[in-house]
Design a protein around this ligand. Structure first.
Ligand code: NAD
Length: 287
């Protein structure tokens, strides 16, 4: 450590609460050392109320960049100087980059999702997409897919507290991405969901269903899978959800949630230091 940290070392950090479980410090510090970059990455437990002070510290200490996690992503979007197009539409950011004192907020969940699809040979441009969910991950994916030229996005969500957020997304995307047709319907409308999936190129689960402790749950009846449907899940624990396993069995191309998580790290690192994250080396180091 005495060889790594000097009087010149630049600081990056994660802000939010809780942050103690985060894997980000290990991943970024490994990468800085691997790439011989003079930065250190820490995690600071800060609640929404502390974010104004945190931003004073970011500016005072001239931090190069960092991340925001729950529950600080929305307040952070109000405290940065500029926002990426997706962060502007969503009103939240999970990354900041400091360029000569100007802090720009980005949201990279959706970018990571789309990049991971691309690595699996799937593009969203001109595609018809059905997405289940209207929470944080779902909204970021919906906005990014629309920005990246998707033709249609059919959102399905339970009539719960997240449903109005999907309605807001429909309104925002009608304004910002008028070439993409975005709709929202009740997830319990089985006939409408089946009809939308029958027309779709890509099906995405971005709800908490399928994730532990709901690993026995799938929101899509396996009779709806067909070979030319790409089935993707944001859930990464378990690595293969029941939906993914059933889609695989039906001969669909499947893409799980682990790659989305990894690609977010790749996108963030590129924003921080302009280099490709040494992901394979970090994974080998962890074993
Ligand atoms: P969130 O709390 O913001 O949203 C929860 C969503 O689940 C809402 O759409 C809600 O309506 C839906 N939901 C809750 N109970 C349901 C039920 N009984 N039936 C149907 N839908 C139900 O959560 P989030 O942060 O957006 O996370 C959603 C999923 O995305 C999680 O599984 C999470 O693991 C995953 N995720 C993955 C990554 C990644 O990098 N792979 C990143 C972020 C989130």
């Amino acid at each position: 450590m005495e060889k790594r940290i000097s009087g010149h070392t630049g600081l990056m950090a994660l802000f939010g609460t809780p942050v103690g479980h985060s894997g980000s410090p290990a991943m970024y510090n490994f990468s800085f050392q691997h790439d011989d970059l003079d930065y250190a990455y820490l995690a600071f437990d800060v609640d929404v109320d502390g974010m104004e002070e945190a931003f004073k510290a970011i500016r005072l200490l001239n931090m190069r960049g960092g991340n925001f996690t729950m529950p600080c992503k929305n307040i952070a979007a109000q405290l940065v100087d500029k926002l990426s197009p997706a962060a502007q539409i969503i009103g939240a950011c999970n990354v900041f980059v400091n360029e000569n004192g100007i802090l720009t907020g980005h949201i990279t969940d959706g970018v990571g999702f789309v990049k991971n699809l691309e690595l699996n040979g799937v593009t969203v441009t001109d595609k018809k997409i059905v997405i289940l969910g209207a929470g944080g991950a779902a909204t970021a994916i919906q906005v990014q897919c629309a920005l990246d030229g998707a033709k249609e996005i059919a959102i399905f969500n339970k009539m719960d507290e997240f449903y109005p957020r999907a309605e807001e997304t429909v309104a925002k995307l009608a304004k910002h991405c008028p070439d993409c047709t975005v709709t929202v319907d009740d997830l319990d409308n089985a006939a409408k969901l089946a009809a939308a999936i029958a027309e779709a190129d890509i099906l995405i689960n971005a709800t908490i269903m399928g994730m532990k402790p709901y690993e026995d749950v799938t929101l899509v009846d396996k009779s709806l899978f067909r070979k030319d449907l790409v089935v993707t899940d944001t859930v990464y624990n378990p690595k293969e959800t029941r939906m993914i396993l059933e889609a695989k069995e039906a001969g669909c191309q499947v893409v799980g949630g682990v790659g989305m998580l990894e690609q977010q790290g790749v996108v963030n690192y590129e924003l921080f230091v302009g280099k490709e994250l040494p992901l394979a080396e970090f994974q080998a180091f962890q074993v």
